[in-house]
Design a binder for this molecule. Structure first.
Ligand code: DX5
Ligand code: ZN
Length: 225
């Protein structure tokens, strides 16, 4: 599978969100990552379903909605109706994770499962058949622009091993601190979907420059292997 780049609008300019989404499309991004934060599971507060619906009107790229909220099961339906293509919930927020993933599937949305840096991924063995995406956090969620936590590398390898042992073709996504300097190691560990906020939207050459720099860094990695 090719590497997929999913710019995170957490770092976009909210005054010109539509234009930023167009720039992502023009730059060849593969999806738009939308970070939903509730001020409870994570310290920050961000977007609700209305922003997801607005993004849906502004781009034809798939919308990858990352729910960093407590009791996500209460909001699955509204994010699904708003146009989410992927809904990713955190293992830490779901006492009935099996049911939650099942509900997402029943809503016609692709289910994603995320693990914080301090959460082991062993439970994935029980859930591998139910997910289309596994998100390994490489920062503690809540803010953009944080430093990549290197322990994520081993966890990505472990995640890939669990998925392949269960015959799952779910995508392994990594989120937090992804830049041209860190993406190589993450790709080598087996991740194929890269969320990037700061390195795309704050790149000196704009969104196109940011996406290009990430792709070039992966190509270098492939050549050096
Ligand atoms: C962090 C969010 C990330 C964030 C990544 O809680 O889940 O998606 O936007 O931002 P960068 O790429 O700046 O680390
Ligand atoms: Zn995210």
């Amino acid at each position: 599978m090719n590497a997929l780049i999913s710019p995170s609008i957490l770092s976009a300019d909210m005054m010109r969100l539509g234009a930023d989404l167009q720039a992502c499309e023009a730059a060849g991004a593969d999806a738009i990552h939308i970070d939903v934060m509730d001020g409870r599971f994570v310290p920050n507060i961000t977007f609700g379903p209305d922003i997801v619906a607005a993004c849906k009107r502004a781009t034809s790229l798939p919308l990858d909605v990352h729910l960093m909220i407590v009791e996500p099961e209460k909001h699955l339906e509204s994010f699904a109706s708003a146009g989410a293509d992927y809904l990713t919930v955190h293992y830490e927020t779901c006492p009935h994770i099996h049911r939650t993933l099942q509900t997402i599937r029943e809503l016609g949305v692709r289910p994603g499962l995320s693990y914080n840096p301090g959460t082991p991924v062993e439970s994935l063995g029980l859930l591998a058949e139910m997910v289309d995406l596994v998100l390994i956090m490489s920062v503690n969620p809540g803010f953009g622009g944080q430093k990549f936590i290197p322990q994520a590398i081993g966890k990505i390898e472990q995640t890939c091993a669990i998925l392949s042992a269960h015959g799952s073709s779910a995508m392994v996504q990594v989120d937090g601190g992804i830049s041209a300097a860190t993406i190589q190691a993450v790709y080598a560990a087996g991740a194929r979907n890269f969320v990037a906020g700061t390195s795309v939207f704050k790149h000196p050459d704009g969104v196109a420059g940011g996406v290009r720099a990430l792709r070039e860094a992966i190509d270098l990695n492939q050549k050096s292997r």
